[in-house]
Write a protein that binds this ligand. Structure first.
Ligand code: BTN
Length: 327
């Protein structure tokens, strides 16, 4: 039995339960074969509601995409102009890095339906179930010194925030350096990994994770307080192809601005979308913990934090906690 026939049966009964007997009769296979096919579809991102009495009801199916569909939607010059879509991968970062080492051009993009070991910042893992998100990595080859790499992370966050606000209409904000939040919960993350040679960047692999159509059940219980998908936050399913096309356009334009005019215009945009300025937080740095009020970005992309004693410190790398209650 092809799964397509089973999916079609559900599509023919939108919003309705289809009984096991009906499915097995229509497709001429056993009830066990139907059950196995449903499990397989669930692994591919489909969601069903099961009822012992009534059978199954289709709740969600992943939006189909392909390299051709995405290419056709793109209006960029280089970003995503060469791209590959994979099914399951370890991490798109691994594939893009291999491609970069082999000479892939700037803008080369790897997208996957699922990551078995998606990576986040600070050695964390990244939840990347099949068919529900945008898990992608792009090769950048900017001709800038290595110390500019953090600025490119902030640039990606600005581009993503602008694009996601436009596409979803949700009040998305940036938490330093590059987490995108809705109502305090994370909807997207950015991970830049770079390779350098003689103080210059050889290439950057920019990893973007957008939790688009995940259901609450896709997250481990302990993450639900801190993470949310755009589908859950906004109450509607989004089209991933349109989102990629919009974001790549925004990203390419801001990248062009950065190459021409440097980091200042990007920093100003970042500050206007930041949710982490002006509120007291705890910062965990490689050197230890401190509390203070983040005030602004400096020209390198580091954050300036006002301590209780009035002094200003510049933080280059840290984990920023939730705002502390002011007393
Ligand atoms: C973070 O906020 O911790 C960064 C998350 C980055 C996740 C993306 S998903 C695509 C790419 N592949 C990975 O393994 N990670 C990045």
């Amino acid at each position: 039995m092809g799964n397509e026939a089973l999916i079609q049966l559900f599509r023919d009964h939108p919003g309705e339960y289809v009984s096991g007997a009906k499915m097995s009769e229509a497709l001429n296979v056993s009830r066990t074969a139907i059950w196995k096919a449903i499990k397989k579809l669930e692994g591919a991102g489909y969601e069903f509601e099961a009822s012992t009495k009534l059978g199954y009801r289709l709740l969600f199916e992943p939006d189909p995409w392909s390299a051709d569909l995405i290419q056709a939607a793109l209006a960029t010059r280089t970003f995503g102009r060469t791209l590959t879509i994979e099914g399951e991968v370890t991490s798109t970062q691994d594939l893009a890095r291999t491609a970069a080492e082999q000479g892939a051009p700037e803008g080369y993009l790897v997208i996957a339906e699922r990551q078995q070991s998606g990576r986040g910042r600070m050695g964390r893992s990244w939840v990347s179930p099949y068919g529900k998100g945008i898990w992608m990595s792009m090769v950048l080859r900017p001709e800038v010194p290595i110390h500019c790499a953090p600025q490119l992370t902030l640039l990606a966050a600005v581009a993503l925030c602008r694009s996601l606000r436009r596409v979803t209409g949700l009040p998305i904000g940036i938490k330093w350096p590059n987490d995108l939040l809705v109502g305090g919960r994370k909807i997207s993350g950015i991970l830049l990994e770079s390779a350098a040679e003689d103080e210059r960047l050889k290439y950057i692999v920019a990893g973007i994770g957008i939790s688009v159509n995940l259901a609450e059940a896709d997250y481990p219980e302990e993450m639900l307080e801190k993470a949310v998908s755009l589908r859950v936050a906004g109450g509607r399913v989004l089209n991933r192809t349109e989102m990629i096309a919009d974001f790549l356009m925004e990203w390419e334009q801001l990248y062009g601005l950065f190459i021409k005019e440097g980091f200042r215009p990007i920093a100003t945009l970042w500050e206007s979308m930041a949710v982490s300025l002006g509120r007291k937080v705890k910062l965990t740095t490689p050197q230890g913990e401190l509390t203070g009020v983040p005030e602004s970005l400096d020209d390198s992309g580091a954050i300036r934090v006002r301590r209780d004693d009035g002094s200003l410190v510049t933080i280059f790398s840290a984990e920023m906690g939730e705002p502390l209650a002011s007393r």
